[in-house]
Write a protein that binds this ligand. Structure first.
Ligand code: PMP
Length: 417
C-alpha cells in the first residue's frame, strides 16, 4: 500500500505503472519530467483563447505573443462571430449548465437537435452524443465489445480507443498495413462473437489517412464491423468536409462513425453515428452517456458550426491552400514532414531531447508548436507537430518558415536527416 501523504515522486511513478496495453504514462517518463516545464510544452499556460496567435507565459522567454500551431480548431470557428453568438444565445435561454445526465432530466431539445444534425451531416439516420470525443470512443467500445469479442486496431489509433477495449480481446496491426489486417481477420473468423476493426480517418500524429475503402472491403469479406474515428478529418478532408469517408463515398458502408465536436466543430463533445438499432442500444446501455451530465447549453453553438461548413466552404479552401503553402515551405528548407495528407504537419526530429531543444528554439523565435514524444510516438520518432488553421495569415506562415530557418542555421544541435 502507498501512503499518499508521504508518497514521493518515485512512489507515484510506480502507481502510474504501465497500462494494460503496455504503454507507459506521461507521468511515468522520468526523462520528460526531469526536463521540467521550461523545455516541454505539456500543459503550457495560455492566457488567451485559441487562434492563430496565442499569449503564453514561459519562464526564461522574454516574449509572450506567439504564432500558434497547436490548435485543432482547423477552420477557426471558435472565434467565428456566429458561433460565439449561438453559444451566448443558448446560455441566455437555458442557463450555464443542464444540471443532470441524459437519463434523469439532462437531455434537452438542443441535444436532440445535435444528434439529428450530426447524423444528417453524415447522410445517416441516427446518432448519440457524448460530453467528450474521448468518451464517445471509450464508452461505445466498452458497451459493444466484451470477453467473447475481438477488437482489431491500427496501432496508431487514439488513446480513447485503447481505453474502450479494456474489457475485450485486442489485436493490433502495424499502421495502415492491410496485409497484416487481413491475416488477423482470416485467423479470427470463427473464434469470436464479434470482430470489430477500428481505425482513425486522419491520424493525429502523422496526419496521414487510413485506406478506408480497402479496410471496409476487408471487413465485409471477413464479416467484421468497421469503426472510423475521423476526429481530425471532419471539416478538413473531402469536397464538402465530411472527412475521409467522403473520399470514396463510404457513408453507408462504415458501421460506426465516431468523432469529436472539439476540433473543427469548435466546442466540446463527441458523437457516434450508426444504424438506429445500435444507437438506441447505446442510449440505454452506455453508462457514460446515461450517468454523466450532458453538455452545457453552449453546445448549441455546434449546430451553427456544422451549418457553416456548408454555408462558408471558403474556410476549407483557405485551410487547404495554407497547409500546402506551409508544407512546401518546410520541405524546401530540407525538413522531413513525413507522410502527412491533412492540416497536421509533423517535422520529424527523431531524438526526444533534441526535439525538446527544437521546440524551445521555436518558442524563442516566436512560434508555439507541440513537441510530440514517447509514449504518443515511439522513442526514436519524436517530432514537432504543427496544425494549420484557415485563419493563419500568409505573413504568419512566412514567420513560421523564417523561425525554422533560424533554428536550422543558427543552432548546432539540429542535424535533420
Ligand atoms: N479521437 C482522436 C483521433 C483524437 O485526436 C481525439 C482528441 N485528441 C479524440 C478522439 C478525443 O476527442 P476529445 O478531445 O474531444 O475528447
Amino acid at each position: 500500500t502507498i501512503d499518499f501523504e508521504k508518497a514521493s515522486f518515485k512512489d507515484f511513478e510506480d502507481i502510474a505503472g504501465i497500462d494494460p496495453f503496455g504503454r507507459a504514462s506521461l507521468f511515468n517518463d522520468y526523462s520528460i519530467y526531469k526536463r521540467g516545464r521550461n523545455q516541454m510544452n505539456y500543459r503550457q499556460l495560455a492566457t488567451s483563447g485559441c487562434g492563430p496567435e496565442i499569449t503564453l507565459k514561459i519562464p526564461g522567454i522574454p516574449i509572450n505573443r506567439f504564432i500558434s500551431l497547436v490548435s485543432n480548431d482547423y477552420l477557426g470557428f471558435t472565434q467565428h462571430p456566429e458561433v460565439k453568438a449561438a453559444a451566448i444565445a443558448a446560455i441566455e435561454k437555458y442557463g450555464s449548465g443542464v444540471g443532470a445526465s441524459p437519463a434523469i432530466g439532462g437531455h434537452m431539445d438542443f441535444h436532440e437537435a445535435l444528434e439529428e444534425k450530426i447524423a444528417g451531416f453524415f447522410q445517416r439516420e441516427s446518432a448519440i452524443i457524448y460530453t467528450t470525443g474521448y468518451t464517445s470512443n471509450s464508452a461505445t467500445l466498452q458497451c459493444l465489445l466484451r470477453k467473447s469479442d475481438l477488437a482489431i486496431l491500427d496501432q496508431a489509433v487514439h488513446a480513447s480507443v485503447y481505453e474502450g477495449c479494456q474489457l475485450t480481446n485486442v489485436k493490433s496491426f502495424p499502421h495502415n498495413n492491410l496485409q497484416a489486417l487481413e491475416r488477423i481477420l482470416a485467423a479470427a473468423q470463427t473464434k469470436y462473437r464479434t470482430r470489430m476493426v477500428i481505425v482513425d480517418g486522419v491520424y493525429s500524429q502523422d496526419g496521414d489517412m487510413a485506406p478506408l475503402k480497402e479496410i471496409v472491403e476487408l471487413c465485409k469479406r471477413y464479416g467484421a464491423y468497421s469503426v472510423v474515428d475521423d476526429a481530425h478529418g471532419t471539416g478538413v478532408i473531402g469536397k464538402t468536409g465530411r472527412g475521409v469517408i467522403e473520399l470514396d463515398n463510404l457513408f453507408q458502408e462504415v458501421d460506426l462513425i465516431t468523432g469529436t465536436f472539439s476540433k473543427t466543430f469548435a466546442h466540446i463533445g463527441g458523437y457516434v453515428v450508426a444504424k438506429p438499432e445500435l444507437i438506441n442500444f447505446l442510449k440505454f446501455q452506455s453508462r457514460q452517456h446515461l450517468f454523466s451530465a450532458s453538455s452545457t447549453p453552449a453546445a448549441a453553438c455546434i449546430l451553427k458550426a456544422i451549418e457553416l461548413i456548408d454555408q462558408e466552404p471558403f474556410w476549407m479552401d483557405q485551410l487547404r491552400e495554407k497547409t500546402a503553402y506551409l508544407r512546401k515551405g518546410l520541405q524546401s528548407l530540407g525538413l522531413n514532414t513525413g507522410i502527412s495528407q491533412s492540416a497536421i504537419i509533423p517535422v520529424k526530429i527523431g531524438d526526444m531531447s533534441r526535439n525538446a531543444e527544437v521546440c524551445r528554439l521555436l518558442l524563442e523565435a516566436g512560434v508555439y508548436a507541440n513537441q510530440i514524444n514517447y509514449p504518443a510516438v515511439s522513442r526514436k520518432d519524436a517530432r514537432i507537430r504543427m496544425s494549420v488553421m484557415a485563419t493563419h495569415s500568409y505573413d504568419q506562415l512566412d514567420d513560421v518558415l523564417n523561425a525554422w530557418e533560424w533554428v536550422i542555421t543558427k543552432s548546432k544541435i539540429v542535424n535533420f536527416e
